[in-house]
Design a protein around this ligand. Structure first.
Ligand code: GDP
Length: 702
């Protein structure tokens, strides 16, 4: 294989593509190579995530692009298409294939295809610690010779082998290894050769000629389109192809695509066998199997899983609440300190903006950070041990009944924390349809931001014994409605086959501190960033809406005390833009039992659910103090009936996914229409259900 000229690579920044199967440790290697400094975006025109970064140091600089994790390059999934297109169009100088050494045969299948794409390949034999532990011994020298690519061993989570790998990438142009080609057998080779010859004169074809010939026989639509676009002798090629496919199918009783796949697998298996000097002791393998015997048991699997989840949620709240109290006091202290030093009567509006608007709004959201952190810590741990893959496997049957994919379950689980990362997690789903259905129903899962609403409203209207069952009921209602919606969507606008679940179960692994912390950090940071950007902007916007236009002096109730009285505050609020909007909304929400004050708070929840409770607090003119939510509950009880309470709860559970959800649905689905459908559909459903509950309930309770 032609390398890059020596002088060139000494003076230029190389572009390196990182390819590999999912779970091969690609992300870990990427993080080590780039030192954790990376950019995240999307590949042009699709929703597949693109990560890139730079390697500095003695072997740098290099520009490293993390390709989507794939098992093959057949262009069946968006990830595979994206990976292949990147390799062909961006032509990275070097492609590093990250191979899980403990699962060599399956991983080599991708390496073989990369070779067929004629990229400049380097192999990183990752998970060498696991492979050795299991008793494998590999001949890397031999592997390099067979694949025409140098191989180096690495251990992704502690960075062993990284310096050698980067040196090897840098020297990529100096080698003269010729990869061994897959031999497809006489009959196929004859056709491949004939087609290759017909394709060779075409300069514009981005695919290497032999590769294109093989892919034409495999009936790859993208390659066929490319050939159609740029080959002058198209008619002859297509005629030859048609005859070849027909003859081969008749001869082998199978279409060439199957034969080619089989040969390729056989080739990978052959290489694996040839380079494996010693095979594992069987006892290590059975250990994972023994654990699986219990955890994925047909009957016990689900209860065990539910128990794990229950434990995780309880822990999140029992450990999270004290920390939450501490953050709450911190923000109270901050607000009080500003009150203390602010010169009386000077720039009152600015004082109110900072204390009520910014600290109140952003603080109210950051308070939940400990709960979110703990939840993600637990989920990351379960993910990294390999248990979450099992959870998806266990829930697969139930999910399929509602037209969802087994893997849809993981985003749903993340949705309990926040819908945003949950929607991003749909990227792990194999087909666009599965991804869309899952994305559309995710806001039905009660996110962490809705929890404070429940925590204020439920105790306000119901006796203690009802609290936990009602809370659980709300969560379950959301899930059930989501599942039903998935079924409806799957039968109507998102019709299509759900893809079968073929995920392999990776062996159990003790997660490393680094990988768990990195996951938690990435997710928590997203939450904090949301508080510091979107929520900050919304808080300021809402504060303006709630403060202007200001009540003219003569309209106000005479002010007896030094401070605004509660009644005056309420009057000011009603006079403000937010108050007026709340009043205007009454025609729509009166039949649901809401008044202008609830409407105004709902307006806040439009932007972010967290704002609802804070808004209620301000509306009812509360002064910030310790027992705040207690007093708020009391006031709510005095102003509304339990029936109104239920109506509000249902509405908050279902209505209007927050603005961030709207924009992420738009981004991830690639279409405005899905974001609008989700938003209006859920709001309409919320309105109808609340209407039914309030109107029917009113017949019985008067
Ligand atoms: P990706 O899906 O290919 O991006 O894989 P990740 O980098 O996320 O790794 C999957 C899991 O394997 C994580 O828990 C890593 O900590 C772990 N891991 C990565 N490389 C190695 C390795 O060489 N040895 C071991 N034992 N674990 C590894």
């Amino acid at each position: 294989m032609a390398g890059i000229p020596k002088e060139l690579i000494r003076n230029r920044e190389l572009t390196v593509g990182l390819a590999g199967n999912p779970n091969s440790g690609k992300t870990s290697l990427f993080n080590h190579l780039t030192g954790g400094f990376q950019h995240v975006g999307n590949y042009a025109g699709v929703t597949v995530e693109k990560k890139w970064g730079r390697l500095r140091g003695p072997h740098g600089p290099m520009h490293i692009v993390d390709l989507p994790g794939t098992y093959s390059l057949n262009a069946f999934s968006e990830e595979e298409r994206v990976a292949r297109n990147f390799l062909l169009r961006d032509k990275p100088d070097v492609v590093v294939d990250v191979i899980d050494a403990s699962n060599l045969e399956r991983n080599l299948y991708l390496a073989v295809q990369l070779n067929e794409l004629e990229v400049n390949l380097t192999l990183a034999l990752n998970m060498m610690d696991v492979a050795r532990g299991e008793g494998f011994e590999l001949d890397l020298q031999r592997l390099g010779e067979l694949l025409g690519a140098p191989a180096v061993e690495t251990v992704g989570h502690d960075g062993r082998g990284i310096p050698k790998l980067s040196a090897m990438i840098r020297d990529a142009g100096l080698r003269e290894l010729e990869p061994r080609r897959v031999d497809y057998g006489d009959e196929l080779e004859c056709e491949i050769e004939a087609l290759t010859e017909m394709l060779v004169p075409t300069d514009d074809l981005i695919f290497p000629a032999r590769y294109a010939a093989i892919k034409l026989l495999e009936e790859d639509p993208e390659v066929h389109d490319a050939v159609r676009e740029c080959c002058a002798n198209l008619e002859a090629i297509e005629q030859r192809l048609e005859e070849a496919i027909e003859n081969l199918a008749r001869y082998f009783q199978d279409p060439p695509s199957i034969l080619i796949g089989d040969r390729r697998y056989g080739f990978a298996a052959g290489i694996a066998r040839e380079v494996t000097l010693r095979t594992p002791r069987p006892d290590r393998v059975t250990q994972s199997e023994r654990i699986d015997g219990v955890l994925t048991h047909r009957v016990m699997g689900v209860p065990i899983f539910l128990a794990f989840m229950f434990g995780l949620f309880s822990l999140t709240f029992t450990l999270g609440d004290p920390m939450m109290g501490m953050i709450e006091s911190l923000f109270n202290w901050l607000g009080n300190s500003i009150d203390g030093v602010w010169p009386a009567g000077r720039h009152e509006w600015l004082h109110s903006l900072i204390v009520d608007g910014i600290i109140g709004g952003v603080g109210g959201v950051l308070v939940f950070l400990p709960n979110i952190l703990l939840l993600f810590l637990g989920i990351s741990f379960l993910e990294d041990t390999g248990y979450m893959a099992r959870a998806a496997f266990i829930m697969d049957k139930l999910m399929h009944r509602f037209g969802l994919h087994g893997k849809s379950f993981i985003p749903m689980l993340i949705g309990f924390g926040c819908t945003i990362p949950a929607i991003m997690a749909t990227r792990t789903l194999p087909s666009k349809r599965d991804r869309l259905v899952t994305m559309m129903i995710l806001p039905f899962i009660s996110c962490g931001a809705r929890l404070p609403i429940y925590l204020v409203l439920i105790p306000a209207f119901f006796p203690r014994g009802w609290h936990a069952p009602l809370l659980l009921g709300l969560y379950i209602l959301g899930i059930l409605l989501g599942l039903v919606m998935a079924k409806i969507l799957g039968k109507t606008i998102l019709r299509g086959e759900d893809t079968p679940f073929v995920m392999e179960l990776p062996p159990y692994r003790l997660p490393t501190r680094r990988s768990v912390l990195l996951h938690v950090w990435q997710r928590s940071w997203m939450y904090v960033r949301k508080a510091g950007t979107i929520i900050l902007a919304i808080s300021i916007g809402l504060w303006i809406l709630m403060s202007f236009p200001a009540l003219p002096e003569e309209g106000a109730i005479p002010n007896h005390g030094g401070d605004d009285s509660a009644a005056l505050k309420a009057q000011k609020l009603e006079y403000s833009a937010a108050g007026r909007i709340g009043r205007a909304m009454e025609t729509l929400t009166d039949p649901l039992g809401f008044d202008w004050r609830i409407n105004t708070a709902l307006l806040g929840a439009l932007a972010a659910k967290e704002v609802f409770v804070a808004e209620l607090g301000i509306i009812f003119s509360l002064e910030e103090s310790e027992g705040e939510s207690l007093r708020l509950r009391e006031i709510l009880r005095r102003n509304y009936t339990p029936l109104q309470g239920v109506s509000i709860l249902i509405f908050c559970l279902l209505a209007s996914p927050c603005m961030a959800t709207f924009s992420i649905t738009r981004r991830e689905s690639g279409r405005w229409r899905y974001a609008f459908l989700q938003w209006f559909g859920m709001t309409a459903l919320a309105w109808i259900l609340s209407l039914l509950i309030f109107q029917i309930g009113s017949l019985f309770i008067t």
